[in-house]
Structure formats: structure tokens, C-alpha cells
Write a protein that binds this ligand. Structure first.
Ligand SMILES: [Zn+2]
Ligand SMILES: [Zn+2]
Length: 366
């Protein structure tokens, strides 16, 4: 057990407080990681807002960690002390979907990522004898150290700065994987991306990397639309200027083959479906509040259109994250342009900069 510094949320909407806690030694199958940097993702803010309501509290969040292996538990063979790793979502490896190569749809996803405890109910941290919730996405990486499982650490090359790589573990793989793993658009096909935050931008970069034809970014923030053009969008539409569905139909001569919904706003989801050509596919990655319903016109769907949800870009992280790093090294996936670094102590400022839309992907550097 060792003393480490972590950012704790003590109740719904409460600010992050940097505190000292005692962290376990890694148990069988676990890996202790010295965190170099950690991205801030919207799910962290979602959980912060519901800490003590839908989520346990007090809790340590953070799920885009990257760092160096400090210690390994018994039986760990995948990584060794000194390896550079990206931390990603946890999965069980034993359920039907994990066995089928689809760990983002692990049947135990909620228990392993959102319950605040290990699978056996214990916590990885305590404060003077009182257990402290952690294990958020199998890591809780808003801290100087984090405990993950061998299954959710991804070994990465050392010739890329480790401080950059954390967001690959969630937000960036969600956007890129939605294109490269889930929708798999044909070369030259048309795609509209609704919402050009970090996830939407990663989708646009991936669409360019795989050779989409027309790539249309839709948002209401002019600065984001300008960056979308720089990163691979061939066209952008400011939805504040009028109906984006009409604008896209005009631009494409009827509609798009693929769309991606990355806002979580119901009105926008409807637009992302309405803009599809017959046989078109809409991927939904934005998460609206619980119990929300999505109104759709069944007569529109009848013409071979598909609406499907996508979690974590349907990534098999050990395979997909190294692919993204290779594309980055080749200059074909410049996700670093989305990042602004903050010192760990400025975690609340970083969250605020993300919420205001001023920064696409804040990364806290330890
Ligand atoms: Zn599973
Ligand atoms: Zn996330």
C-alpha cells in the first residue's frame, strides 16, 4: 500500500478536490500504473453530476489514463514494469460478447466500469481506513497512480510522448472506431458528422484516413467548424444558420450514405436519421439523459435505413489503439490538435474549459 494523490468528488456536482489516499498493491491480474497524463471525457462530468445519486460517492473518476507500469500483480504477463500503457474500459473476457470479440458490449460492462468497486466488491483505495470508491472504467486515473486490470491496459510504443495518448482509451477511439470498426464506409462514400467535439472530430479524421468522399461536419460553433475543415471535413454546416438536413440534401443531391450522431441531443439525432439516403446507416454515440425517447418516422426507416448505437467505437483496444498510434505517426490522424494540457491541480478549470466548449480535449498532466 502506498500514499498517492487523487482528485475526489464528494457529492453530486461537487468540485474535484485533490487529496491523499492509500492505494493497494496490485492484486492477481492487476497492474499499478504511474499516471503520466489523463484526458477529461464527458462521462467524467456526467458521473460528477450524479455522484451520490446514480453513481457512488465519494469517488475518484478519470478514464483516459496513460502512464508507465510501476508494479504488476501475480499472473500478469501482458506488460512489465517500465512499459508505457494506455488505460481503457474494463471488460470481463468471459461473457458471450467478450468471447465473440466485442468487449465494448461486455455483459458486465456496468459492474466493471461504473460501480466504483472491483468485481469482488472491494475498493482499490482507502483514506485512513475508510474505503474510497474508484475502479471507474477499471482505472480511476484522476490521480498520480491508478490500478487497472491486465485486460484494460494497452501496451504502446515509447517513441510517442505518453502524455498525449490517454484520450485514445475512450473519446478518440469512440469517434475513430465508430467509422473504422462500426460503420465501415466504402471508399468515396458520403458521411455527415453531427457534433464536432472530440468524438466527432476523431470520426472526421478517421473518415479521411479511410477514404470517405464527402465528409460533412455539422455544429453550431464556428471555431469548431473551422478546425473540422482543417482535420478532414470537405464541407461544414452551421446548424444555427438553418435546417442542416435541407442543407445536406442540397449539398449532396439527396442525402448521405452514413451519418454519425455525437451530440446526445434528440432533435439532432432525428436530423442524423432524416438525412440518410435509402439504405443509409446512422451511428448513435451521443448519450441523452436517461429515459429519453427518440421519435422517428417508420416510413422513412422502411427504405432500408438503419439506426444503431455504438459504444467505445466497437474497439478491441489492444488491436485498435496501436493502429491509431501508427496513423498518428504517419500524420494521417493528428488527434493531438484536439488537446490542451493543464496541470493536474487545475482539474476544475480543465472541466470548465471543456463544458464551455473552449477546449475540445483537456488533458491533465501529472
Ligand atoms: Zn464480458
Ligand atoms: Zn469517455
Amino acid at each position: 500500500m502506498q500514499d498517492v494523490k487523487v482528485a475526489v468528488v464528494r457529492g453530486a456536482g461537487a468540485p474535484f478536490q485533490i487529496e491523499s489516499v492509500q492505494m493497494d498493491d496490485p492484486r492477481t491480474g492487476e497492474v499499478l500504473v504511474k499516471v503520466s497524463a489523463v484526458g477529461v471525457c464527458h462521462t467524467d462530468m456526467f458521473a460528477q453530476g450524479l455522484a451520490g445519486l446514480g453513481f457512488p460517492a465519494p469517488i475518484v473518476l478519470g478514464h483516459e489514463g496513460a502512464g508507465v507500469v510501476a508494479k504488476v500483480g501475480a499472473g500478469v504477463t501482458k506488460v512489465a514494469v517500465g512499459d508505457h500503457v494506455v488505460l481503457t474500459f474494463a471488460s470481463c473476457g468471459q461473457c458471450l460478447n467478450c468471447q465473440d470479440g466485442a468487449p465494448t458490449y461486455c455483459n458486465n460492462f456496468g459492474a466493471l466500469n461504473l460501480a466504483g468497486v472491483r468485481a469482488d466488491g472491494s475498493t482499490t483505495m482507502q483514506q485512513n481506513g475508510t474505503p474510497l470508491h474508484g475502479s471507474f472504467f477499471g482505472q480511476s486515473s484522476f490521480g498520480t497512480y491508478a490500478i487497472a486490470n491486465e485486460r484494460n491496459v494497452v501496451k504502446v510504443p515509447k517513441d510517442v510522448p505518453i502524455e498525449l495518448l490517454g484520450p485514445l482509451g475512450c473519446g478518440i477511439q469512440t469517434g475513430a472506431g465508430s467509422i473504422m470498426n462500426a460503420l465501415r464506409p466504402e471508399i468515396g462514400s458520403t458521411l455527415a458528422v453531427f457534433g464536432t467535439g472530440a468524438v466527432g472530430m476523431a470520426a472526421i479524421m478517421a473518415a479521411r484516413a479511410v477514404g470517405c468522399g464527402m465528409i460533412i461536419g455539422v455544429d453550431v460553433k464556428p471555431n469548431r467548424l473551422a478546425l473540422a475543415l482543417e482535420l478532414g471535413a470537405t464541407h461544414v454546416i452551421n446548424a444555427a444558420d438553418g435546417d442542416p438536413v435541407e442543407a445536406i440534401r442540397e449539398l449532396t443531391g439527396g442525402g448521405v450514405r452514413y451519418s454519425l450522431e455525437a451530440t446526445g441531443i434528440i432533435k439532432v439525432m432525428r436530423q442524423a436519421v432524416d438525412v440518410l439516403l435509402p439504405r443509409g446507416v446512422c451511428g448513435v454515440v451521443g448519450s441523452p439523459p436517461p429515459q429519453t425517447e427518440l421519435p422517428l418516422d417508420p416510413n422513412h426507416l422502411l427504405f432500408g435505413r438503419t439506426v444503431r448505437g455504438i459504444i467505445e467505437g466497437e474497439s478491441v483496444p489492444d488491436v485498435f489503439i496501436p493502429i491509431l498510434i501508427e496513423l498518428y505517426k504517419q500524420g494521417r490522424f493528428p488527434f493531438d490538435k484536439l488537446i490542451r494540457q493543464f496541470p493536474f491541480e487545475q482539474i476544475n478549470e480543465a472541466i470548465h474549459a471543456s463544458e464551455s466548449g473552449e477546449v475540445l480535449k483537456p488533458v491533465l498532466v501529472m
